[in-house]
Design a protein around this ligand. Structure first.
Ligand SMILES: Cc1cc2nc3c(=O)[nH]c(=O)nc-3n(C[C@H](O)[C@H](O)[C@H](O)COP(=O)(O)OP(=O)(O)OC[C@H]3O[C@@H](n4cnc5c(N)ncnc54)[C@H](O)[C@@H]3O)c2cc1C
Length: 398
């Protein structure tokens, strides 16, 4: 593996750095804690939209895509550098669902017309997406989902309920998994659809978190009509497309860079603020645990580098076990980091908007959110099952 970047790549990194350092000065006060703010807070959501258009105008959301679909035919490494810098600066404007999940899936599994219609608006930062997969009875066991899509002429009629639809109330379109063959109970009877969220019969119902934030929605579909041209891939073969989405979701460099920044901020805090009359940085246990977090963050970054290098060598789709390992490593490290921050700050960590709040009170929010990270996009247990079976060759447990 070659860790050197070219002069051109280093120049690009600087351009990304300069942009995010400057633009993120305008972020609303609530910006910065995981994804919650960009979805639940009006000012943050607006800032996110404005930033998406700025990134789109620069062509930075879609660098590695083909030019005919709004991209620049750039290398994956350049996109990786972009994500690295964006993660470090907690940058706004990147639609995780549209740019991160939907677009790579369409590039692999969509037809020319679908790519032509849907990719350029994502590249310009104009259209936002949500993921309509999970159901009340189908999460880890997604293949058991029951939302039904029945072919009627040139369209499909969809009935069912999706849950956990993150940001659906801010999104314009959703990518949906629904059952097109009721006789196939498992993944073989599913199809993948692109759904305009303003279609009649679709209702988004807010699901509020215990802190009052509106991040999630239940999405009900009652005789919703989707044109057949919005089916991605063949009928009953949507599982393949959905697995492409899953693999792209898990390379994780932006999260590891975000962690690096959080550790730096926490270290600075420990050196500059006294807790109980003493700087935490003088406490050997604190120093030891911060060092451990820094080691794990660097291991994680190396893992991300390895994934992008493998993609460059072997094609766009990340091997599932490798991507699953990065997902487990990144999300569980965010949790350990958050718990450590809370342990260091003690009860101050649970103060939000107050003069007693340290680091803008973000540990309070992160403490509430970080547990969900190892569930979203597939739980850690499911990731470990996958690593065991596909990575280590152990007998399947499911
Ligand atoms: C923050 C967050 C955001 C999300 N955003 C979205 C979204 O935008 N769109 C969307 O469609 N979904 C979303 N989800 C849903 C997410 O994909 C599911 O929560 C996840 O797949 C788990 O499904 P479940 O909640 O039904 O739990 P279950 O599948 O019921 O699992 C319950 C527990 O059992 C364990 N378990 C289940 N099966 C096995 C097994 N075979 N082996 C070992 N352990 C097992 C699980 O690991 C878990 O601990 C989100 C979830 C969260 C927390």
């Amino acid at each position: 593996m070659d860790f050197q970047f070219t002069a051109r790549e280093e120049a690009l990194r600087k351009e990304f750095e300069d942009f995010f350092r400057e633009e993120m000065k305008n972020a609303p006060p609530g910006w910065g804690a995981s994804m919650e703010a960009m979805i639940s807070d009006d000012a943050c959501a607006e800032f996110h939209r404005v930033m998406a258009k700025k990134l789109g105008a620069k062509g930075w959301l879609a660098r590695p895509w083909p030019r005919e679909y709004g991209g620049q035919d750039a290398s994956l490494i350049e996109q990786f550098i972009f994500s690295d810098v964006m993660g470090y600066h907690k940058g706004a404007g990147y639609d995780h669902w549209g740019v991160g999940l939907l677009a790579p899936t369409l590039l692999v599994s969509g037809n020319h017309e679908q790519k032509q219609e849907h990719l350029p608006p994502v590249a310009r930062g104009e259209i936002f997406w949500t993921q309509l997969w999970s159901e009340p009875g189908a999460g880890s066991d997604l293949a058991s989902l029951t939302t039904r899509a029945t072919r009627e002429g040139d369209s499909y009629v969809v009935n069912g309920q999706k849950c956990w639809s993150s940001g659906a109330h801010r999104a314009d379109w959703g990518f949906l998994l629904a059952r097109t063959n009721p006789n196939e109970r498992r993944s073989r009877g599913l199809s993948f659809f692109l759904l305009d969220l303003n279609t009649p019969g679709l209702t988004r119902v807010p699901v509020y978190s215990t802190d009052g934030a509106h991040q999630f929605n239940d999405t009900f579909m009652d005789d919703v009509r989707i044109p057949a041209r919005n089916r991605v891939g063949e009928e009953n073969e949507g599982w393949f497309a959905s697995q492409m989405t899953a693999n792209f979701e898990r390379s994780m460099i932006a999260v590891f860079s975000y962690i690096k920044r959080e550790i730096e901020d926490l270290v600075e805090f420990c050196k500059s603020v006294k807790i109980g009359g003493e700087y935490p940085a003088r406490n050997p246990l604190v120093r030891n645990r911060l060092a451990q977090l820094a080691i794990e963050a660097d291991v994680g970054r190396a893992m991300s580098y390895f994934i992008v290098w493998s993609q460059v060598k072997g094609g766009l789709v990340v091997a599932a076990p490798m991507a699953a390992a990065a997902k487990v490593a990144a999300t569980e490290l965010v949790q350990r980091l958050t718990w450590e921050g809370c342990r260091i700050m003690g009860q101050y960590s649970q103060v939000g908007e107050s003069r007693w709040a340290y680091l803008k009170g973000r540990f309070m929010t992160e403490y509430q959110l970080c547990t969900g990270l190892s569930m979203a996009g597939g739980t850690s247990e499911i990731m470990r099952n996958l690593i065991g079976a596909m990575g280590l060759g152990l007998p399947r447990s499911w």
